[in-house]
Design a protein around this ligand. Sequence first.
Ligand code: NAD
Length: 363
Amino acid sequence: MLLSAERIKFGNTDYNILLHEDFRGLSEELAKFPGVSRYIVITEKKIASLFLKDLLKEISGLKIEIHIIYIPGKEKNKHIDKLKKTYHELLTAGADRKSVILALGGGVVGDYAGFVAATFLRGIRFIQIPTTLLACVDSSVGGKVAVNLDRGKNMVGAFYQPLLVYAPLFALGTLPKKEWRCGLAEVLKHSLLSGGTLFEVMKNHSFSDVTALSEITRIFISESVRYKASVVAEDEKETGKRAVLNLGHTTAHAIESATNYEKYSHGEAVSIGLVTALFLSVEKEGLPSPVLDIAIEIMKKYTLPFRDQTRPEKIIRHMQHDKKTENRILKFVLLKKVGEPTWGNAISEMEILEALNKQAKLA
Ligand SMILES: NC(=O)c1ccc[n+]([C@@H]2O[C@H](COP(=O)([O-])OP(=O)(O)OC[C@H]3O[C@@H](n4cnc5c(N)ncnc54)[C@H](O)[C@@H]3O)[C@@H](O)[C@H]2O)c1
């Protein structure tokens, strides 16, 4: 059953982002894109064991050849070194310019398979089928695809839009709590940026209300998608407003690297980073301080972290190494109020130090 539909538009590209209960409905959508020689499903073995049978049952009626390519899961495998093997597997499967890649999985599969689609034979069509909350609310929307280099995440990539995003929400039913948290941190980020319904619903609910097919989950995903799609529509290639989507990320990246990517998931680090951005917003942009208190209450309700004990000086050192640093000036996305972000704000090290010190003292 179709739960919600959003259309994303920019330049002369537009496509649907559909939230469905399950895979029923996918064949009908695929049939709207004719001239397909074969479907190539790119996925992880673990995700395949959960969902591939249902997916194949749904699309086999289209009578188009289907091939499966497995990639190893985990961030470290979203790596440039893995591409050669995947391109060879595509050739062995007989992939040609009329083939369509179906990316079945979380953000790792989506980013990797999207990059493969963007580059194989100078670009073939692809469809995102996200199976994590993070992929539903964030990575499958907006057309950023990438692989990692040894020296950094997402260093080689493209802006490459899919034909369609089809999110089968039942798939979230097997998602571990840690992965729900990752997605929820990005939903909270979107709610602070957009204000409106999303912020209100976040405020009035808690972690136990967020389950695979609950109405709250549907609202979180559809409102996040609507917000992100509107930002991307204005600025596909991140030359301006799209930067707001980095709210909380300057501190998040620094904390992840200062703690050797072991202590926090990316989402948890984003959650901590949002608090730093809110402290700075109160100081620099006149954000009413109750917003900070409300955001921390929300984090508590969704079991998201809001402070970290890493020494602030160490966090700042790691911020200086971040790729978003220009000439040692640290740039932050801030909020004037909920729903009104500003970006490109140059913040001094002293101001960041003060914010991090206040944050460390939070109870
Ligand atoms: N392209 C973008 O705009 C964008 C935005 C944000 C993040 N990202 C990227 O997204 C990636 C993170 O994505 P993620 O958080 O989805 O991580 P992920 O893809 O690694 O998935 C997290 C874990 O959940 C498992 N999993 C996936 N679906 C499942 C399900 N339904 N049930 C049980 N387990 C399941 C995966 O096997 C994995 O172990 C990072 O590489 C990040 O750089 C990209």
